[in-house]
Design a protein around this ligand. Structure first.
Ligand code: C2E
Ligand code: MG
Ligand code: MG
Ligand code: MG
Length: 280
């Protein structure tokens, strides 16, 4: 009886593994097709200066509509990384977003761009050249581009990654640590790489005002960032009291659904027009 049960368990496990493998292969094939058929899009989420409420930057976020189903980046970025498709996809995202932001800047809107990097993208053969090309082709000045990395990319054998990012920084590109505070290398990271910005993870921001520990930790990160001369961005602002507390703490910038959701380029066009009107 035990044997029978055990046998059945193996069968169930194998069947489950089978569908899992098939699903992953399908996803890989679909990703490849999606890239060829231009199914990807870039959305932009505004980032505001907390003291003035002005939009100072946008973060590029990749979007994929697989037929009529929206697939969240967290579901396809891993497989894209495993298959290597992340390299051409990331190049497209970078060039597309640099082009859009350069056009907004040409309309005399002083705005910066943040782009998320993937681990495999950074160590790909032509990474530094690709970033330089994106800047040259779009006319975006290097100082208007911030590249976001997460702590995990700078641990274990990260020598090459650090070297390439440092090279870009010497060209004038800015570097940010995304999801700051969630990795186990936050502080060591700051010593290894000349970064310009830290982005406080939403898991801290979510506790602002009702969780004393998270509020204290957020305050500490803001102070640390300032003491190091860094721009501090709070991510995932959803409620007015979070915004108030961050302002009071002196956090430099804010991003989140309360401020603005990620939007297509056309949405940013509208935002730019109202923003230029209010400064005129
Ligand atoms: P991230 O870089 O930390 O980006 C912020 C994520 O939080 C985005 O999710 C954004 O839509 C979401 N968000 C912004 N404000 C709020 C808020 O107030 N509440 C909540 N609950 N969420 C908010 P998204 O677009 O799903 O992206 C998830 C992650 O996928 C990103 O996290 C980033 O790590 C990665 N990613 C997105 N686009 C790209 C890309 O073009 N390239 C690479 N390599 N990674 C990307
Ligand atoms: Mg990011
Ligand atoms: Mg983040
Ligand atoms: Mg994230």
């Amino acid at each position: 009886r035990a044997k029978e049960l055990g046998g059945r368990r193996v069968e169930v496990f194998a069947a489950h593994m089978h569908t899992d493998v098939v699903r992953r292969l399908e996803l890989a094939a679909d990703l490849q097709r999606a890239l060829l058929e231009n199914q990807f899009a870039v959305e932009f989420q505004p980032v505001v200066d907390l003291a003035t409420s002005r939009v100072t930057a946008v973060e590029a976020l990749v979007r994929w509509w697989r037929g009529s189903a929206f697939v969240p980046p967290e579901q396809f970025l891993g497989p894209a990384e495993d298959t290597g498709l992340i390299v051409p996809l990331s190049e497209w995202i970078l060039k597309e977003s640099c082009r859009e932001v350069a056009a907004w800047r040409a309309s005399s809107w002083d705005i910066g761009l943040s782009v998320n990097l993937s681990a495999r993208q950074i160590t790909a053969p032509r990474f530094v050249e690709t970033v330089s090309e994106a800047l040259a082709e779009s006319g975006l000045p290097p100082s208007a581009l911030t590249l976001e990395v997460i702590e995990e990319m700078l641990v274990d054998d990260a020598g090459e990654t650090i070297q390439r990012l440092s090279e870009l920084r010497r060209l004038g590109v800015r570097l940010a640590i995304d999801d700051f505070g969630t990795g186990y290398a936050s502080l060591a990271f700051l010593r290894q790489l000349p970064v310009d910005m830290i982005k406080i993870d939403p898991s801290f921001v979510s506790g602002l005002g009702h969780d004393d520990t998270l509020t204290l930790l957020t305050r500490t990160i803001v102070r640390l960032g300032h003491d190091l001369g860094l721009i501090v961005v709070a991510e995932g602002i959803e409620r007015p009291e979070q915004l108030e507390l961050l302002r009071e703490m002196g956090c430099t910038r804010g991003q989140g659904y309360l401020v603005a959701r990620p939007m297509a380029a056309r949405g940013v066009d509208t935002l730019m027009r109202t923003s230029l009107q209010s400064t005129a």
